[in-house]
Design a protein around this ligand. Structure first.
Ligand code: HSE
Length: 442
């Protein structure tokens, strides 16, 4: 493919929404800087979007805009195709069509990569195409580069991530302002930190997509993202956040994965982490990822997980990597999913029932003699050991919150115990459960 004309290389951009616009702007504004570092000029040769209005502000040269993405995919002078449509629909067809032609595809589309990882790998293998997706996880942060390249000699033991800015912003507002979830969500929407339809974010699926990619890259295994346990942030109340703080914890939506050798633990849920855990101080809409490897120990990345220019920065980083690889005639240089295809294993996911962790449980119970012993009796029958107890307020009528922190217990046991406790006549509503991740206490 004759795609290097002198020292310039052509890129086609499909989808010119917020991130696409950012990529076009950043390519223009960093043109000389990139050329001075890389020795190649990146030429934005074509921009495809169904809506011509989206590119109006970009001041593109005549002939650059098209409403037909296939014009980019079928153009032999464009070796790098950037897909920024998002979602699992038409984006998939464009990505696979470009890979099947041996092109390099750059994307920020975590939902697509999580769902079609096998098809993408097969297309890369068959055609020699290359696939880069740094912006899919953690926006501007080099999470994927760290896992695929910098930590190549490490056995990764675990990853803990705050990977959704919308959720982190909402949880920060509940923590700092004491406002309920719905009000915090409305604020996030007003400020543009949450989508008009925030379901994927607040229910945790966006984080699951990102976690599935981390698991694949870290452990060289195929996981079905649909099997990852997920619980979003919609039930979190200011009361739980206040009590958690009294115990020395903050509540974060955490993506957690641990390598158990013969299986992989992977889950996404609100998690209490102690104040001395760096992730607990990640506020507002920021993201952070802690990777634990056998050689590096703990390593933490922090940065903007979304937004026009931070996300564009990651996309342009991939474009430049692709340009360097093509210039050197060595693409693909690194397997898309980090491991050689023959080394990828099918490790089972640890069933959620078998996960062991510590728990915060808030009961809403009548304030009567004997209530605590009834609750404690059920917990004891399921071998759940209580680490501390805290009762808020004192009412002769109506329920009061009774909070218990447990020692490490099995998920199956706590779930069964809570079901039984929910049936007690002194319990007013379904107990609230938040899992605790506290290496100081394990
Ligand atoms: N919607 C995501 C977030 C960003 O709120 O972090 C894109 O994955």
């Amino acid at each position: 493919m004759d795609n290097l004309s002198g020292n310039s290389i052509s890129v086609g951009l499909i989808g010119c929404g917020i991130v696409g616009t950012g990529v076009a702007k950043l390519l223009a504004q960093s043109r000389e800087l990139v050329a001075s570092r890389v020795g190649i000029t990146i030429n934005l040769a074509k921009v495809a979007d169904i809506n011509p209005d989206t590119v109006a502000a970009l001041d593109l040269a005549p002939g650059v805009y098209t409403n037909d993405a296939m014009e980019i995919i079928n153009d032999p002078s464009i070796p790098i195709v950037v897909e920024l449509i998002g979602g699992q629909g038409i984006a998939k067809d464009f990505v696979l069509a470009a890979l099947n032609q041996g092109k390099t595809v750059v994307t920020a589309n975590k939902a697509l990569v999580a769902a079609y990882r096998d098809e993408i790998s097969a297309a890369c293998e068959a055609s020699g195409g290359d696939f880069l997706f740094e912006a899919s996880v953690g926006g501007c942060m080099p999470v994927i580069k760290s896992l695929r390249e910098s930590l190549v000699s490490n056995r990764v033991d675990s990853i803990f991530g705050i990977l959704n800015g919308t959720c982190n912003y909402i949880l920060t507002q509940i923590t700092q302002e004491g406002i309920p979830f719905k009000e915090a969500l409305a604020q996030a929407q007003e400020l543009g930190f949450a989508e008009a339809d925030p379901t994927l974010d607040i229910e945790g699926m966006d984080t699951v997509h990102k976690l599935a990619l981390c698991v694949a890259l870290a452990f060289g295994t195929r996981v079905n993202y649909k099997e990852i346990y997920v619980d979003g942030i919609t039930r979190i109340t200011p009361l739980d956040i206040t009590i958690a703080a009294e115990f020395g914890y903050r509540v974060k939506l955490l993506a957690i994965t641990k390598n158990h050798g013969d299986c992989v633990e992977a889950r996404v849920h609100p998690t209490m982490i102690p104040f001395d855990n760096l992730l607990s101080s990640v506020g507002r809409n920021m993201n952070a990822v802690k990777i634990v490897g056998d050689a590096v120990g703990e390593m933490v990345l922090y940065g903007a997980g979304a937004g026009m220019m931070p996300t564009a920065s990651a996309v342009v980083g991939d474009i430049v990597d692709a340009a360097r690889n093509i210039k050197l005639g060595c693409h693909p240089r690194i397997p898309a999913f980090s491991y050689q295809p023959q080394a990828i294993r099918d490790l089972p996911l640890m069933p959620m029932d078998e996960v062991s962790t510590r728990y915060y449980v808030r009961f809403s119970a009548l304030d009567r003699p004997g209530v605590l012993s009834k609750i404690a009796g059920v917990l004891a029958r399921y071998s759940i050991s209580i680490a501390s107890v805290h009762q808020k307020g004192r009412h002769t009528e109506g329920p009061v919150p009774i909070v218990m922190l447990t020692h490490e217990a099995r998920e199956a046991d706590i779930q069964k115990a809570l079901e039984e406790i929910s049936g007690l006549d002194v319990i007013a509503e379904k107990p609230m459960l938040i899992r605790i991740e506290d290496q100081n206490q394990e």
